[in-house]
Write a protein that binds this ligand. Sequence first.
Ligand code: DCP
Ligand code: MG
Ligand code: MN
Length: 348
Amino acid sequence: SPRKFPHTEGNLNSDLISFLMELAEYENIVGRNVFKSNAYKTAASVLASHPKRIASGEEAAKLKGIGKKIALKIDEFLATGKLEKLEKIRGDETSTALKELARVSGVGPTKARQLYDEGITTIEQLRGNPEKLTHHQRIGLKYLEEFEQSIPRAEIEALEGALRRSLSALPEPITLTICGSYRRGKETSGDIDVLLCVKSSLDGNATSTEDPKTAKEKHGKKFEDKNLLSRIVNLLEQDKIVTDTLSLGDTKFMGVCRLSDDTPHRRLDIRLLSPDQFHCGVLYFTGSGLFNKEMRSVALSAGFTLNEYSIRPVGSTGVAGEPLPVTCERDIFDYIGMDYKEPHERNM
Ligand code: DCP
Ligand code: MG
Ligand code: MN
């Protein structure tokens, strides 16, 4: 999602949270070290939900998710009002260029470095060299400023109505759930995450010449109508909701949408799931990313493996078994012995 820094205004530790998020961004884009980046993000999220002002590194280190190295940085910041490491990073031309290039949707740390090595250091230069970019990255460049604007909740509500009206023209019944930060109750979002659920024609309706059981084993749980998602996207294009496609597969769409001519273009993600995958899909797609990471590790400790499609027991041999039946999100929490958390309690 395009916004890199969470809303921290008014938080008691907002100054600490923002330097940690700046370090997280640096480790991700410049350092290309996801582990270090996640450590800073986790520390920032821990402080964001801490009810008191942190007075020392020692006090911070008592919190789960904040280690010694970060505690030392907190001490330095509290004593001097800045961080030597960040001052250097801010003055470094390479870091500045890489971060600038990574503003473009589809340009990750590796692509940014590659462009930089080819002498591209600014967005302006990128605009002059579109041949260096993929289709996704060109669209990202085209809507750069629009994608960086956060989306008010009311706009997503209106879009939800428009999507439902549009989808009602399809012959098959389809359920729509908007997930992501919107479902977690956030007042603004970076993009729109739509989960669609359609009854797979593989259960029951065996019109294919291939034995359904064989087909399922071969392809996993997929839709017989492979064109369903592209039919959906066509419909949304006709109805002037979808304006561009970044990528389109059988079950995943990444693209661009717009509520009206008076609102900015917005990033839209759509996933199409079968009913047996729906609740694991909603859980995953609701996030937050850090919450998912935490929940997956609780699941593993309890002997389960959890992903966006299913929860499966892990046997003593380490081999995952068959997906367990799931009738609601709560079932997944129950399996792994975790207290149920409402979506708005998953904002870590
Ligand atoms: N997700 C995840 N791990 C990732 C990316 C995504 O677990 N690496 C899951 C959790 C996210 C959800 O997908 O909440 C949607 O991803 P987004 O990037 O759209 O993130 P959010 O919707 O949470 O925030 P934003 O408002 O920035 O879009
Ligand atoms: Mg989102
Ligand atoms: Mn998204």
